[in-house]
Design a protein around this ligand. Structure first.
Ligand SMILES: NC(=O)c1ccc[n+]([C@@H]2O[C@H](COP(=O)([O-])OP(=O)(O)OC[C@H]3O[C@@H](n4cnc5c(N)ncnc54)[C@H](O)[C@@H]3O)[C@@H](O)[C@H]2O)c1
Length: 255
């Protein structure tokens, strides 16, 4: 089914209301903005390797959405993703290594943040300050203090902001929740939740090594402690280290 721009905005509105991030949802997207329903929405992606790119691919299926920028601290992945986007939409996005430069782009309406968890808070707040709407991957951040600041920023700058949680917005999930809440299954006494697998664990313990060419490792570390480069703590497998994430519990257990 092709989702129209109006439907996209309506759905976004509903999800945001559910996430209680923005007090007056969607309609900041639709009302306060310079475009009419016939114009396009310019988006960009910060952190292009994994989930962020999946989100972008889905966003680009929506009529009227165009990716005008990609930002990553790894130039190798950035170049590959720029070529992927060009194949999808027939137009290459601008490439950035620093999200602060990307956010200076006046044509940009919204950003997707697909960076590791230790890098959600700062770009999120900067995007709100720059007047961009935000779709940020889960978990929102690594501490309640960071989350509070992010919610405050979204409200202060009247931004539409959504946390990327799977299994929330689809009609069948909503129907399942409505069924649970209807009381038809009786009183819930116990819920078991488990995840007995090692999602996101690196292959093995490996020695530190020089930073790979094309990688701005200082920027990858960002607000986390300075450490020598180690593949096990980098792309994809950072989530098992407290400096960057909270393991499977905050990864799959966040709500
Ligand atoms: N919703 C879901 O089901 C789901 C699934 C997987 C991952 N995630 C979330 O998505 C986020 C990304 O996870 P991933 O597995 O794709 O990680 P990843 O390590 O594969 O990709 C992260 C990308 O961000 C880039 N990056 C790091 N710091 C940056 C910075 N300062 N500026 C720009 N780019 C930067 C990295 O170079 C890398 O390309 C995490 O928050 C994770 O929890 C969500």
């Amino acid at each position: 089914m092709s989702t129209s721009r109006r439907k996209f905005l309506q759905d976004t509105s509903k999800t945001i209301a559910a996430a209680t991030l923005a007090s007056s949802p969607l309609l900041s997207f639709a009302k306060n903005r310079r475009f009419s329903p016939n114009e396009k929405i310019n988006i960009a992606l910060i952190g292009v390797r994994g989930m962020g790119f999946g989100n972008l691919e889905n966003a680009l299926k929506i009529e009227g959405v165009e990716c005008i920028g990609l930002c990553d601290i790894d130039r190798n992945i950035l170049a590959k993703r720029a070529s992927d986007v060009e194949k999808i939409q027939g137009k290459a996005p601008m490439q950035y290594n620093d999200y602060r430069k990307l956010l200076e782009n006046k044509d940009l309406d919204a950003v997707i943040i697909g960076t590791p968890d230790h890098w959600h808070c700062l770009p999120f707040i900067a995007a709100c300050e720059a007047g961009k709407d935000v779709y940020v991957e889960k978990p929102l951040a690594n501490s309640i203090a960071e989350c509070d600041l992010m919610v405050k920023a979204a409200r202060k700058y009247n931004r539409v902001a959504q946390v990327g949680q799977q299994q929330r917005s689809g009609a069948h999930w909503q129907e399942a929740m409505a069924f649970m809440k209807s009381g038809k299954i009786g009183k819930l006494r116990k819920v078991n939740v488990w995840g007995n697998f090692n999602y996101g664990v690196g292959p093995m313990s490996v020695a530190d090594e020089p930073v790979p060419a094309g990688v701005d490792y200082e920027m990858w570390l960002g607000p986390s402690p300075k450490r020598p480069f180690n593949k096990n703590r980098f792309h994809g497998s950072w989530r098992m280290f407290w400096d960057y994430g909270g393991g499977l519990l905050t990864d799959w257990g966040c709500i």
